[in-house]
Ligand binder design. Structure first.
Ligand SMILES: NC(=O)c1ccc[n+]([C@@H]2O[C@H](COP(=O)([O-])OP(=O)(O)OC[C@H]3O[C@@H](n4cnc5c(N)ncnc54)[C@H](O)[C@@H]3O)[C@@H](O)[C@H]2O)c1
Ligand SMILES: O=C(O)C[C@H](O)C(=O)O
Ligand SMILES: [Mg+2]
Length: 587
C-alpha cells in the first residue's frame, strides 16, 4: 500500500509536469514565434504581416475561417469570399485517398505555390546547405517520396510530392503533429514515365531515373543532410517503387529514425485485418494459423526481373507468416509450417518452385509443385483457379489491378470453406481496387468481411442489414508509429514497436463491432486510434529500453509511466486545430 501511494504521488507529480510542459510549448507558440495555434487556443497569436501576405503564408492563413472582425483588423476584407466557415466546415472539405492521386496526376498543371522541399539529382553536393533554406528550426516529421510508385498510378515523377503532402496532412489531423513541424520532401531523380518526359509543362527533371549506386548516393546525401539539421526528425519513406523500398529500408533502419509506410505500415494494417477476419467468424485469434490466405499482388512484375521486388504484398505475407509461427510456438518447424497457409499470385499466376527467375523475396512463399498438384493446381495457375481449388478464408489484393477480383473470381470464392470469407481489395486509388463492396456482397453473399484501401460506402443489404465497407489503409497505423516514435525518443523504429502498433489496431474494435463485420475504425475515430497506437509504440520502446525521452521528459521519467499515463502523455502532446485570434504587430 505504501509503495502504491508513493507511486501515485510520483505519477501525479509527473503528470503535472507533462501538462506544464505542454503549456510551455504553447507559450513559446504565443510569443510571436511563427505559430499557427496552441492547444489552449484562447490567447491571441501575434503576426508581423497582414493582408495578402497572411493569405500566402500557410502557417497563419485560415482561409475562409477568418472572422469578419479579423478580416477588418488584418486588411483582409474583399480578399476572401464572404461566407465565414468554421474549422469544422473546413474539415468537411478535407480529403485524402483517392483525391490525392488525382492531384498528383495533375500536379504540374495545378501548381500554384510550393509546399515542401525538392531535392533533385542536380543538387548533389549541395543538400547539406540546402536544408537550411527550410524556415522551421524544428521539424518532427518528414515524409519523403521519389515519386516512382504513387498509389497504383505508377511513376509520376516530381508530381508525387502530393503524396508526401497528403500523408503529412494526415499526421496533422490524426496524430496532432504541429503543422509547422512537418516537411514534405520530393527527391527528383528523374522519371521513367514517357508521357511526363515529353510534357512541356512537366515540372520535374526531364531525364530517365538515376539507378544503382548513383541513385543510392542521392538518397544517402539527403538522409545525412536532414538528420544533420534535425537530429530528432523521423523520416517516413512513401511510395518508392518496390525495387528500392526494401533495400533503402534495410540500409537505413538501424542508423536512422525512419520507416517505410508501404512495407511496414501496410503489413501491420493487413495483419490487423486478417486477425479481425478470424474474430469476425466468432473464432479466437489463436485460430489464425489455420486460415488459408490467397494473396494477389506479390512477387516480380516482369517475367525476367532479377532484382528483388519487395512489394507491399510481400510485407504482408512476411508479417502474417511470422505471427502464425509465433502463435504456433515460435519454432523453426512452426515457421516452416505457417508457409503452407499462403498461395501467392503475381502477374504471372500462382508462384511455385517451378517458376523461372523467381523473385528472391517471393521465394519463401513459392508452393512446392507436388503439394499444389495434389490441390489440382500448376505453376502459373490463374487467380480464379487458385480460388476455386483452395477455397480460401481470405482473398487479399495488393496488385494495383482494378477489377482483378472479377465476377468469376468472386463466384469461385463462394466455395470458400470459411463461414465468413474475407475480401481485402487494398489497392489504391478507387479505380485500382480489386473489386467494390457492392460486387463482393452481391456475388459472394451477405456474410462476408470486406475491406478496401480507398473508401467506399457501406452496402445496403435490404431488410435493415448493412454490408460494412471497412477501410483497410495504412493511415490507421503510420501516424501512431510516427508519433509514438517521436514521443518515446527512440532512435530507431524496431520490429517490436511495429508489432505493438499492429496488435493495438487488431484489438481496437470491440467484439460486438467485429461480429457486425466492422474490423477497422471509422475515419472519425482516427485521432483516438492514433493515440492508442502511439501509446502502444511508446510502451514497447520503453520495454525494449529504446526510449530516450522527448524534450524535458527523460528516459527515467518515461519508465515510471503506467499505461494510462502514457496515453495522457500522448494526448497532451497532440496539437489541436483550433484557430487562435491573430493580432497584427509591426516588426
Ligand atoms: N491499402 C493500403 O494501405 C496500401 C498500402 C500499400 C500499397 N497499397 C496499394 O497496393 C498496390 C500495390 O503496391 P506495391 O507497392 O506493392 O506495387 P508493386 O507494383 O510493387 O506490386 C504489385 C504486384 O502486383 C502484381 N500483379 C500485377 N498484376 C497482377 C495480376 N494480374 N494478378 C496478380 N498480381 C498482379 C505484380 O506482380 C506485383 O508483384 C498499389 O495500388 C498501392 O496503392 C495499398
Ligand atoms: O496512400 C494510401 O492511401 C495507402 C498506401 O500508402 C498506398 O500507397 O496506396
Ligand atoms: Mg503509400
Amino acid at each position: 500500500m505504501g509503495n502504491f501511494s508513493h507511486q501515485m504521488r510520483v505519477s501525479s507529480a509527473l503528470l503535472k509536469r507533462l501538462r506544464s510542459h505542454q503549456r510551455a510549448i504553447a507559450a513559446v507558440n504565443v510569443d510571436g514565434s511563427r505559430s499557427f495555434t496552441t492547444t489552449e487556443g484562447h490567447r491571441p497569436t501575434i503576426v508581423h504581416k497582414r493582408s495578402i501576405d497572411i493569405l500566402h503564408d500557410p502557417w497563419f492563413n485560415k482561409g475562409t475561417a477568418f472572422s469578419m472582425t479579423e478580416r477588418d483588423r488584418l486588411d483582409l476584407r474583399g480578399l476572401l469570399p464572404p461566407n465565414v466557415m468554421s474549422s469544422e466546415q473546413q474539415i468537411e472539405r478535407f480529403i485524402y485517398t483517392p483525391t490525392v492521386g488525382l492531384v498528383c496526376q495533375k500536379y504540374s498543371g495545378l501548381f500554384r505555390r510550393p509546399r515542401g522541399m525538392y531535392f533533385s539529382a542536380e543538387d548533389r553536393g549541395e543538400m547539406m546547405s540546402m536544408v537550411y533554406n527550410w524556415p522551421a528550426d524544428q521539424v518532427d516529421m518528414i515524409v519523403v517520396t521519389d515519386g516512382s510508385r504513387i498509389l497504383g498510378l505508377g511513376d509520376l515523377g516530381v508530381q508525387g510530392i502530393g503524396i508526401a503532402i497528403g500523408k503529412l496532412d494526415l499526421y496533422v489531423a490524426a496524430a496532432g503533429i504541429n503543422p509547422q513541424r512537418v516537411l514534405p520532401v520530393m527527391i527528383d531523380v528523374g522519371t521513367n514515365n514517357e508521357k511526363l518526359l515529353e510534357d512541356p509543362l512537366y515540372l520535374g527533371l526531364q531525364e530517365h531515373r538515376l539507378d544503382g549506386e548513383e541513385y543510392i548516393a542521392v538518397i544517402d546525401e539527403f538522409m545525412e543532410a536532414v538528420f544533420t539539421r534535425w537530429p530528432h526528425v523521423i523520416v517516413q519513406f512513401e511510395d518508392f517503387q518496390s525495387k528500392w523500398a526494401f533495400k533503402l529500408l534495410q540500409r537505413y533502419r538501424n542508423e536512422y529514425r525512419m520507416f517505410n509506410d508501404d512495407v511496414q505500415g501496410t503489413a501491420g494494417v493487413a495483419l490487423a485485418g486478417l486477425l479481425g477476419a478470424v474474430r469476425a467468424q466468432g473464432r479466437p485469434m489463436i485460430d489464425f494459423p489455420k486460415m488459408k490466405i490467397v494473396v494477389a499482388g506479390a512477387g516480380s512484375k516482369l517475367i525476367s526481373h532479377w532484382d528483388s521486388d519487395y512489394s507491399a504484398g510481400i510485407g504482408v505475407l512476411n508479417a502474417a507468416r511470422k505471427t502464425m509461427a509465433r502463435m504456433l510456438g515460435d519454432t523453426d518447424i512452426a515457421f516452416e509450417s505457417a508457409r503452407s497457409q499462403f498461395w501467392v499470385v503475381d502477374a504471372n499466376g500462382l508462384i511455385t518452385e517451378a517458376r523461372e527467375n523467381i523473385d528472391p523475396d517471393a521465394r519463401p512463399f513459392a508452393r512446392k509443385v507436388k503439394e499444389i498438384e495434389r490441390q489440382g493446381l500448376t505453376e502459373g495457375a490463374k487467380l480464379v483457379e487458385v480460388v476455386s481449388q483452395v477455397k480460401p478464408d481470405v482473398l487479399l489484393g495488393l496488385s494495383a489491378v482494378g477489377g482483378l477480383f472479377s465476377k468469376e473470381v468472386l463466384e469461385a470464392l463462394k466455395g470458400s470453406t470459411s463461414t465468413r470469407p474475407a475480401i481485402f481489395a487494398m489497392s489504391n486509388p478507387t479505380k485500382n481496387a480489386e473489386c467494390t463492396p457492392e460486387e463482393a456482397f452481391s456475388i459472394v453473399g451477405d456474410n462476408i468481411i470486406f475491406g478496401s484501401g480507398s473508401p467506399f460506402n457501406n452496402v445496403d443489404l435490404g431488410n435493415g442489414h448493412v454490408g460494412h465497407s471497412n477501410q483497410a489503409n495504412n493511415m490507421f497505423l503510420f501516424p501512431g508509429i510516427g508519433l509514438g516514435t517521436l514521443l518515446s525518443g527512440s532512435k530507431v523504429v524496431s520490429d517490436g514497436m511495429l508489432q505493438a502498433a499492429a496488435e493495438c489496431l487488431a484489438a481496437y474494435m470491440t467484439e460486438e463491432e467485429v461480429l457486425q463485420g466492422i474490423i477497422y475504425p471509422s475515419i472519425s475515430r482516427i485521432r483516438d486510434i492514433t493515440k492508442e497506437v502511439a501509446a502502444a509504440v511508446i510502451k514497447e520502446a520503453i520495454e525494449e529500453d529504446l526510449a530516450e525521452g522527448y524534450r524535458e521528459i527523460d528516459a527515467r521519467e518515461l519508465q515510471k509511466l503506467n499505461e494510462d499515463e502514457i496515453r495522457t502523455y500522448v494526448m497532451n502532446n497532440m496539437w489541436s486545430p483550433e484557430y487562435p485570434t491573430l493580432v497584427y504587430k509591426r516588426d
